[in-house]
Design a protein around this ligand. Structure first.
Ligand SMILES: [Zn+2]
Length: 443
């Protein structure tokens, strides 16, 4: 920056603040300060930055943040929420889908805590008006965790939400997701075909991303033929060895369709788009499938058959859906009953009926609540699945069907395992409860 013909660099401003200038330099600097409002503003900016850095490197603050992360990991939390209120700040953990408060601290301490998180996540400490996203890697108990942190300014202060991802946990083999042996075999057939579209569906937070990563993992596992795989993700959640991953940046014009089209010019075997959000993305994926590629993506839809209607509602030509779909994997996350307090009980008749379970199916179980599960009766999560394979027969039938969704639904009920079937099995095996299944099943 130039002041009256002389350049004053950031280092000089910092040296002035830290008392690092020689007496002559100091006099000169102070004279410049007296004359220039711009330089005074610049000085204030640096002073604030220094204060923030000092506060955030304060040991008690960094120890506190470290403790928040450690607690989150020990309690198997997926997220940490730091929520400023009018007077104090609440620290909450999301465990098995539900938030629990673990600590409170005074509002005056909040800025230092936020700044420590900002320093960790490598975002600007100066920025307090706009939302920011950052990430960091944390080692704990021999495992590596990817921590993604979002900062959003609210009227009562900045809210911090940190999502914690165990880098080893995302790579669950297909057989560890909660699929039945039959379903694993079906899924392997679906992704084993050299071309076609494979979709993971469900509402937000149903585990679609984990399904997609597990599908990719089967394609890169040792012993599998070497494939050129390219993914477009928003954001890239986990780095995969040997896979080209592109981070979507809408503001810069790098949208799903733009990324996918560029992939197709680079001779891949498999492409994956994190999500189909519009007709254009759907069309590029179908185009990829038609031209001999395997195309994976996720779609917001209530169930496997509903995904077909979702695609045609977007404007995809129905016969293209019938011709290119290999299969759809629909999923829901459900809580598992706590093993330490598992007991027999009688659920509400309506919930029992909804799953098609009669009293003849025998007694059912739930967690009564104990210390191990903090009285909730639940510990850990598993998934419910339905897998719709669109083989040549179903493809032909769909091509001539007036109501493709209806045909697909009836086909699945006759030849496959519906999500309701899967829920019934898991309830009987005490892998989840009637209430959990009733909560997440599509109407
Ligand atoms: Zn318990």
């Amino acid at each position: 920056m130039l002041f009256e013909g002389k350049e004053i660099r950031d280092e000089q401003v910092l040296a002035f603040l830290k008392g690092g200038l020689s007496p002559m330099e100091r006099t000169e600097f102070e004279a410049a300060l007296a004359r220039s409002a711009a330089l005074r503003a610049e000085l204030e900016r640096h002073r604030a930055l220094l204060d923030a850095l000092e506060a955030s490197s304060d040991r008690t603050v960094s120890e506190r943040v470290r403790e928040q992360i450690r607690q989150a990991i020990t309690r198997r939390a997926s997220d940490i929420h730091i929520v400023p209120g009018a007077r104090d700040v609440s620290v909450q953990l999301r465990v098995d889908g539900l938030l629990h408060e673990i600590a409170r601290y005074r509002k005056e301490e909040h800025t230092a805590v936020v700044d420590r998180w900002k320093a960790l996540a490598d975002v600007s400490v100066m920025e307090r008006q706009l939302p920011q996203d950052g990430r960091t890697l944390v080692q704990e108990g021999g495992q590596e965790y990817d921590v993604r942190v979002c900062f959003s300014p609210g009227v009562t202060g900045e809210r911090v939400v940190a999502r914690i991802l165990n880098r080893n946990g995302v790579f669950m083999g297909l057989d560890r997701l909660g699929l039945s042996a039959d379903q694993v075999e079906t899924v392997r057939r679906i992704v084993g075909r050299p071309n076609g579209v494979v979709l993971a569906t469900g509402p937000t937070g149903s585990g679609k991303t984990t399904v997609l990563y597990s599908l990719l993992q089967t394609l890169i596992e040792p012993g599998h033929e070497r494939l050129a795989i390219m993914t477009a993700e928003d954001p890239v959640e986990v780095l995969l060895e040997g896979v080209t991953q592109v981070h979507i940046r809408r503001q810069a014009g790098l949208t799903f369709p733009v990324a996918l089209r560029s992939f197709l010019r680079q001779d891949p075997d498999v492409i994956m788009a994190g999500a189909i959000q519009d007709l254009e993305s759907a069309e590029v994926l179908i185009e990829a499938a038609v031209s001999g590629h395997l195309a994976l993506s996720s779609l917001h839809a209530p169930d496997a058959a509903g995904a077909i209607t979702r695609l045609t509602d977007m404007g995809v030509v129905p016969f293209l859906v019938a011709d290119t779909l290999n299969g759809i994997i629909s999923t829901r996350l459900v809580r598992m009953p706590c093993r330490s307090c598992l007991t027999e009980y009688e659920p509400a008749a309506a919930d029992r009926e909804r799953l098609g379970l009669s009293t003849a199916d025998g007694p059912l179980t739930h967690g009564a609540g104990c210390e191990a599960c903090q009285g909730t009766g639940y510990r850990g999560r598993t998934s419910l699945f339905e897998v719709l394979e669109v083989g040549p027969d179903l493809g032909r039938t769909l091509r001539h069907a007036d109501n493709m969704e209806q045909v697909a639904r009836e086909w699945l009920a006759r030849n496959g395992i519906t999500m309701r079937d899967d829920a019934r099995r898991k309830v009987k095996e005490s892998l989840t409860t009637v209430e959990e299944a009733a909560r997440v099943l599509p109407e």
